[in-house]
Write a protein that binds this ligand. Structure first.
Ligand code: ZN
Length: 209
């Protein structure tokens, strides 16, 4: 599985199982609509990439989404404590190349490494990632995304909820993240050792549910 096929898989999983607890948390309606658009554009662009075609039209928020995932991926691997060389090769590198295909240029700085329980790491990085998506969306396409003001406000108001383990939103996000990560990582060409490491780590995160 080369880096382009890896990203075709990642965009497919993202399209099928969005990293949002759809229907379980109120007040995410506009954000869900925006994420659906991003997910569908991402899949179309990844398909074109696999075929070595020029990148089809997509919105600035799609660039922001994947640019922020590159920044997230780096911090997630370090925080998880997984083999860095393998994580870099199988996960970060393909994401970086895809982000660069969507929007050529330097990716944003990696997010900070997070300490604590696996659940805390997942949700804190989720909050930081969401914040970065908003920041980059307004930076890359404020005028284009004025129509998505509602989505950006919803995303902003999530920040506090994702830091509060007692909030039902926290649990709903953790559950949908775990489901998403399992589907996302499963087909990736990690070594058996790393696969087991990731599976065990996600199992620990599940204990917080
Ligand atoms: Zn495109």
């Amino acid at each position: 599985m080369n880096h382009k096929k890896i990203m075709l898989n990642c965009t497919r999983v993202n399209h099928q199982y969005m990293r949002l607890p759809v229907g379980k948390v109120a007040g995410l309606e506009a954000m869900t609509e925006l994420y659906k658009r991003i997910a569908s554009q991402s899949l179309t662009c990844a398909q074109a990439w696999v075929n070595d075609s020029p990148c089809p039209d997509h919105e600035p928020a799609t660039d922001a989404f994947w640019g922020a995932i590159v920044a997230w991926a780096d911090a997630f691997g370090l925080s998880m404590g997984v083999d860095q060389i393998e994580w870099g090769r199988v996960f970060v590198y393909p994401h970086n190349e895809f982000a660069n295909y969507l929007r050529p240029g330097r990716p944003p700085e990696p997010l900070p490494t997070v300490n604590g329980s696996p659940a805390n790491i997942i949700l804190t990085l989720d909050a930081l990632w969401t914040e970065l998506v908003i920041k980059l969306t307004t930076k890359y396409g404020l005028l284009h995304h004025l129509k998505d003001k509602g989505a950006l406000i919803e995303a902003q108001s999530l920040q506090g909820e994702l830091q509060n383990p007692d909030s039902p939103t926290y649990k709903a996000f953790l559950e949908s993240d775990l489901n998403f990560f399992r589907k996302l990582f499963k087909p990736l060409p990690f070594s058996e050792k790393t696969k087991k490491y990731i599976t065990d780590w996600l199992k620990q995160a599940e204990e917080a549910l």
